[in-house]
Ligand binder design. Structure first.
Ligand code: NI
Length: 186
């Protein structure tokens, strides 16, 4: 099922999402809903709060990028109860966007490498290391589970400059090719 994407201004995007207990929900169905919603919006990552569910799950699908970036081959995964246990490596800048902040892209600096523990939709345990673009996508989605968004990394000046656009987004006054749920839409 395709859910509309919750956009900037909705308090759910600012909450720390809660851990999932094993067996407490149908993770296979939920993961499918997440993938369906992400694909409908042409995203490469989506966190559960972005479809209005405050639980610690995000999905990634970089396989649409594998033509240009073979590192992305097979990078289609579900992360449940993830925990980034270490970030390391050199910081690098990349222009990020977010389905919950349509039509705004800004440079964000993050560390290059991370180690993450999580279970997948079948409750299989993983402890993995990622770098490059994969690490970047994971960091961005993980932030959503902490109630954080990429614009939080911008300078106060930059954020002030975006204020009008962000207010427009909260009111649903933004063009998207996917369905959104805007908190202040009249
Ligand atoms: Ni995002």
């Amino acid at each position: 099922m395709v859910y509309p994407i919750v956009v900037y201004g909705d308090p759910i995007l600012r909450k720390r999402a809660r851990e999932i207990e094993k067996g407490s929900m149908d993770l296979l169905a939920f993961a499918q809903d997440m993938f369906d919603s992400m694909n409908a919006a042409h995203g490469i990552g989506l966190a559960a709060p972005q479809i209005g569910k405050s639980v610690r799950v995000f999905v990634v699908d970089g396989t649409t990028l594998e033509v240009d970036d073979e590192d992305m081959t097979g990078f289609r995964k579900v992360f449940v109860n993830p925990l980034i246990v270490e970030e390391s490596g050199e910081e690098w800048e990349f222009e990020e966007g977010c389905l919950s902040i349509p039509n705004i892209r800004e440079n964000v600096t993050r560390q290059g490498k991370l180690r993450i523990k999580y279970v997948d939709e079948n409750w299989k345990e993983f402890d993995e290391v990622y770098d490059g673009m994969k690490a970047r996508i994971i960091q961005h989605e993980y932030d959503h589970l902490e109630g954080k968004m990429f614009i939080d990394y911008l300078s106060p000046l930059k954020r002030r400059m975006l204020k009008g656009k962000l207010n427009d987004i909260s009111r649903g006054d933004v063009d998207t090719e996917y369905r959104i749920l805007a908190p202040l839409r009249k």
